[in-house]
Design a binder for this molecule. Structure first.
Ligand code: RET
Length: 242
């Protein structure tokens, strides 16, 4: 048990270093950016990587971990991951929505679905009791279902209304949006996959789960951010946000 925690800590330390590097890179490339439209994306990517750096540092230092008794066995839950995601996923979606010039209404619904997805996911893993006449297994299944529905809501908004708005922009913006949207869809699908393998089917060990989250976290936050900022398209947007 202690050994498992220790090798997990190596991944967490690596995550901290990666996120600090990412933050430094985003600050460095955004430094002196005069274009206010482009600046918004730097602020968002810096915020995303900085939040993740703090979350990973906290986990490295041993904070944000709890054990949940799940039937006969106990599960180690890094609940700080969910706090990280609760703050960073809306920002990533906001960057996409700004690019597509989605309406304020779309952004509100998108963030609402997104936050529900994470919160329902968190409650699913930490709850050990039933509710409203449901036993704990059934109750957790319902919560999980709610998280999945919210997740599908996020995907639906990305592929329908937001893509439609993006298509109204210049060809460059439309193309950048569809590229990032596709990458986000693929990367985000890995989270529930790892989650199922690690927490439900229990086929991967906790330290492997941590490592898997680390890799997708780096790709979804730093990778996607770098792709967004590298594009000159973010400097060529002409119209304002609504
Ligand atoms: C959970 C479990 C319940 C079902 C679903 C989930 C989805 C999580 C996702 C997380 C994305 C996180 C990102 C973080 C990086 O910045 C909560 C794992 C659907 C999609 C992109």
């Amino acid at each position: 048990q202690a050994g498992a925690i220790d090798s997990g800590r190596v991944w967490l330390l690596l995550g901290t270093i990666g996120m600090v590097f990412g933050t430094t890179y985003f600050v460095g490339t955004g430094w002196g950016e005069q274009n206010p439209k482009a600046r918004r994306y730097y602020i968002i990517t810096v915020a995303v990587s900085a939040i993740a750096a703090v979350a990973y540092l906290a986990m490295t230092l041993g904070y944000g971990v709890m054990t949940v008794a799940d039937g006969g066995q106990t599960q180690t839950i890094y609940w700080i991951h969910y706090v990280d995601w609760l703050l960073t996923t809306p920002l990533i979606l906001l960057a996409l929505a700004l690019l597509a010039e989605g309406t304020r209404r779309m952004i509100v619904i998108l963030v609402g679905f997104d936050a529900s997805m994470i919160l329902f996911g968190l409650v699913t893993v930490i709850t050990t009791r039933g509710m409203a006449g449901l036993d704990s297994e059934t109750f957790r299944f319902v919560l999980w279902g709610a998280s999945v529905v919210a997740y599908l809501g996020v995907l639906g908004l990305l592929v329908r209304p937001l893509s439609r708005e993006a298509a109204k922009q210049s060809t460059e913006v439309a193309m950048l949006f569809s590229m990032l949207r596709n990458i986000v869809i693929v990367l985000w699908a890995l989270y529930p996959t790892i989650w199922l393998l690690g927490h439900v089917i229990n086929v991967i060990a906790p330290t492997v789960t941590l490592f898997a989250y680390l890799v997708v976290d780096l790709l979804a936050k730093i990778g996607v951010g770098a792709l967004l900022l590298r594009s000159d398209t973010i400097r060529e947007q002409t119209t304002g946000t609504r």
